[in-house]
Design a protein around this ligand. Structure first.
Ligand code: ZN
Length: 265
């Protein structure tokens, strides 16, 4: 279980999870992950928690995850960290927004990330992982308290790491792969990377719906059937830790979920 203090808010018509994350319940500073919409509600939550935003982190630039970025950056003065490959969608958000949603305000990212970086913000260590497949530049943020000795590297003591993984992995589901830049094999490889880097009890805070753990999804998620088989065969062979990177993928045993056009998950 994470030692961090994490507050999730379901925002906007797509009910995207935005997260306020800090080291503990009275910490004066936080990071804000995926402010998708409803800036006034987010500001109210921040005021109620008496916490200052030190950074706005964006997992990916689908409009339902970034609709309130500009308003929150302006209101808090916090810099915005965004996937490098998707910064154009943040800057020119309305060109990437589905009909019937928005309009939103674009924002030029203050910093860009492509995975492999480590940030130290608000007393937290934030490891940035590249997890494409749902979108081309998608990032996952592995957050732990910098004060703890539980750095996420090598999966050690991963129980105190929280993964903010956007639309990579959900309770019993996965991110859709039929939007531009989506690719099931790439997404499956990204999920495999998370499974190999972090322990099964590592808690996952997705971009939609409830929280879960990597282990629960590896054991039960119907979209991870092939990944499950690879892990169990490697266990039988006594092979090294699972590494999905660079592997070739056959078609999924179960196709990615078919969803309506208004659903960006
Ligand atoms: Zn998305």
């Amino acid at each position: 279980m994470s030692t961090l203090d994490i507050h999730g808010l379901m925002l906007g018509p797509v009910q995207t999870n935005g997260y306020i994350v800090r080291t503990h319940a009275t910490a004066p500073e936080c990071v804000l992950v995926d402010p998708g919409e409803e800036p006034q509600r987010l500001l109210g939550a921040l005021a109620a928690l008496a916490v200052e935003v030190k950074a706005i982190l964006v997992t990916h630039c689908h409009f339902d995850h970034i609709g309130a970025v500009a308003a929150m950056a302006r209101a808090t003065g916090a810099p915005v960290w965004c996937p490098e490959a998707e910064r154009i969608a943040l800057a020119d958000i309305n060109s990437f927004t589905f009909p019937g949603f928005g309009p939103f305000e674009g924002y030029e990212a203050d910093h860009v990330l492509s995975g492999g970086e480590q940030l130290d913000i608000a007393g937290m260590r934030i490891e940035v992982l590249s997890t494409p497949g749902h979108s081309p530049g998608h990032l996952t943020f592995a957050v732990s308290s910098a004060a703890s000795d539980a750095a996420p590297a090598d999966g050690g003591a991963a129980h105190s790491v929280a993964l903010f993984s956007g639309d990579v992995l959900f309770v019993g589901s996965v991110g859709r792969v039929d939007l531009p830049g989506g690719d099931w094999g790439v997404l499956e490889s990204s999920i495999a990377t998370l499974m190999s880097r972090f322990a099964g009890e590592t808690r996952v805070y997705p971009g939609h719906m409830g929280t879960t753990t990597l282990g629960r999804e590896l054991a039960t998620n119907p979209f991870l059937e092939q990944l499950r088989e690879r892990v169990s065969s490697q266990d039988r062979d006594g092979a090294a830790a699972l590494d999905g990177a660079g592997k070739t993928h056959s078609a999924p045993a179960t196709p990615a979920p078919a969803v309506g056009s208004s659903n960006l998950r």
